[in-house]
Design a protein around this ligand. Structure first.
Ligand code: GLY
Ligand code: MN
Ligand code: MN
Length: 493
């Protein structure tokens, strides 16, 4: 941060309180210490940088089709979909901005404070407008004196440029409150992203109707279009390279901690994508039995396993979600391998159950059955039959979680879809989900032999349902134990 860039003037030096006040609170007004001469000077002498003839973004045709489907679902209603706002991290610094999934899905844009409005337009459906902050005004000093001025935060697209890129007419976001206040007729808003928009609409919307919009937008994303599938493939490919980076740097992780693994993967995510799609789980040794181990501050020891669950999020916000469980020294011990092979077999059975026409629950059931068989075979469930174990759900002491979930812009995508559309739904081409069985023996689990305790294994891949079965988008990473060992040996050199 460069608060020092605030222009120095004699007045500032004498008015200490004024000088200390963050410039960000001085929206749309001249900084008091600015002389008339400096203010005049800063107005001019700037080149016209307007861009002309811009090509639409790669997904423009897809976002138009998504808006058309949304329009058809809610005829005659005004629909308001905000990107969300910056969130304070501390004092005057903010977290990195990540646009709301709904907004990015419908526009391809990721600008903070942006709002998409679909306004009813009679028989032709809806008229879309995207509300954005335009280029900074140089006449009133906003350009260099406002916290969101382009001198501080960088050049934005002009509204005309945004229109060309997104294929959506653009207006100044500072007009939206008035536009919504004047709006008549039914309105729905995606809640949870922009408190100011919600405040402007309190008298016009209901929670129930807003929720229907959110549910629709969750279910619309169940089947991915061609752009989305390509993005998910890109995310998986970058993720595979991130896993390779981690294997290459395992000796450095051993010398430091799980943090080295987290940082190594994050570097790949930032080089090839926007971010990680969720907090990386870099779980060495017994931490692998903690499902959401994101503290990543533990030791990395030869002879133990590393469970790495991580995904690169692409620049258009599609994330992979991949797990590999790796022997830190490059070779599974006999017991590690037995447990690993069981999870691998369960994953194979799960992946085989992913196909058009199958129910969403089938791959979970297939994986759970294999895991229950193994647990019975190892004598961990007494004399019970596999069927009885499954009926009572006793395997869950060690399998812990569901075998997978939808994947897309959100790692747990389509999360507010109705049960009948998702959990009780039927798979069709274009659905993308994870298959991620695991076995976890807690370090303090007295019901298993001592040598099992502290071992956790998960294998997770991203599977696209195709016309004739499925495609493993993350198959650039090996899964079978011997292939994992060979791959690690090659990378470790
Ligand atoms: N990384 C979270 C999950 O696997 O669902
Ligand atoms: Mn995962
Ligand atoms: Mn997952």
């Amino acid at each position: 941060m460069s608060e020092e860039l605030i222009p120095e003037t004699p007045e500032q030096e004498t008015e200490e309180n004024e000088a200390a006040e963050p410039i960000k609170q001085r929206k749309n007004g001249l900084y008091p210490g600015v002389s008339d001469e400096l203010a005049e000077n800063m107005k001019s002498g700037w080149a016209d940088t307007e861009l002309h003839g811009l090509e639409p973004i790669a997904q423009a045709a897809h976002t138009a089709a998504r808006r058309a489907a949304l329009s058809a679902r809610f005829p005659g209603e005004r629909l308001v979909i905000p990107a969300g706002n910056l969130k304070t991290r501390s004092n005057d610094t903010e977290y990195a901005f990540r646009a709301s999934t709904e907004y990015a899905y419908l526009t391809g844009d990721q600008t903070q404070d942006g709002v998409l409005v679909l306004e009813p337009a009679g028989d032709s459906g809806h008229r879309a407008t995207i509300y954005l902050l335009p280029r900074s005004n140089r006449e009133n000093g906003e350009f260099w004196l406002d916290g969101q001025g382009e001198l501080w935060v960088g050049r934005r697209h002009s509204l005309a440029e945004a229109e060309q890129l997104l294929g959506i007419p653009a207006k100044d976001v500072r007009e939206i409150a008035a536009a919504l206040a004047e709006a008549s007729g039914p309105v729905r808003n995606v809640r949870g992203h922009d408190a100011a928009i919600e405040a402007a609409l309190t008298d016009k919307v209901t929670a129930e109707r807003d929720e229907e919009l959110r549910v629709y937008l969750s279910e619309a994303r169940l089947v991915k279009d061609a752009f989305e599938i390509a993005e998910l493939q890109k995310a998986c490919d970058a993720t595979a390279r991130g896993f390779e980076d981690v294997v290459r740097s395992l000796d450095k992780a051993e010398a430091t901690s799980e943090r080295f693994i987290e940082g190594t993967f994050f570097l790949r995510a930032r080089i090839e994508g926007n971010d990680i799609g969720y907090g990386s789980i870099c779980a060495a040794g017994p931490h692998a039995t903690t499902l959401h181990w994101v503290r990543n501050d533990g030791a990395v020891r030869a002879g133990e396993l590393l469970l790495l669950d991580a995904g690169v999020e692409t620049n258009d916000l599609y994330t992979a979600d991949v797990t590999r469980t790796l022997p830190i020294n490059g070779t599974f011990s006999p017991l590690q391998r037995t447990i690993y092979d069981a999870v691998y077999e369960a994953q194979e059975a799960g992946i085989a159950a992913v196909k058009p026409g199958a129910s969403f629950r089938d791959f979970h059931d297939a994986s759970q059955r294999v895991l229950a068989e193994k647990l019975v075979e190892w004598g961990l469930l007494g004399d019970l039959s596999v069927d009885k174990v499954l009926e009572l759900g006793l395997q869950r002491r060690w399998t812990l979680h569901g075998t997978g979930h939808m994947l897309g812009m959100d790692v747990h995508d389509c999360a507010v879809a109705r049960t009948e559309a998702y959990v009780d739904g039927v798979l069709e081409p274009g659905v993308c989900l994870t298959v991620e069985p695991g076995l976890y023996f807690q370090a303090d689990d007295l019901t298993v032999p001592e040598e099992y305790r502290g071992i956790g294994v998960r294998i997770e891949d991203d599977i696209l349902v195709t016309e004739d079965g499925n495609r493993n988008l993350s198959d650039k990473l090996p899964r079978r134990a011997d292939e994992v060992e060979a791959w690690m040996a090659q990378l470790k050199g």
